[in-house]
Design a protein around this ligand. Sequence first.
Ligand code: SF4
Length: 90
Amino acid sequence: MARSNVSVCMDTTWMASGNCNNHPPAVFFPSDGVGVEVAKEICSSCPVKESCLEYALDHRVDHGVWGATSERQRRRILKARRAQRVSVSS
Ligand code: SF4
């Protein structure tokens, strides 16, 4: 889902539609790799996965699984986006 940064920051109504509403919050803050995979599997069929990921990226959420990504994956996405912006502007 394409969303502007402003709308992602302001609009959190998508949260009510997330698959995670049917699971304990702790599932999405796992302490090991197996737990990360469990959470990512739940996210994989979530109808608001894209909004969730953009929200986590915009807010620099560095704990837990959001939008079917781990903390490490989100750091990589942010790094790649920064590199892309630098290459476009130069
Ligand atoms: S993508 Fe995952 S964490 Fe995000 S709303 Fe959906 S189920 Fe919840």
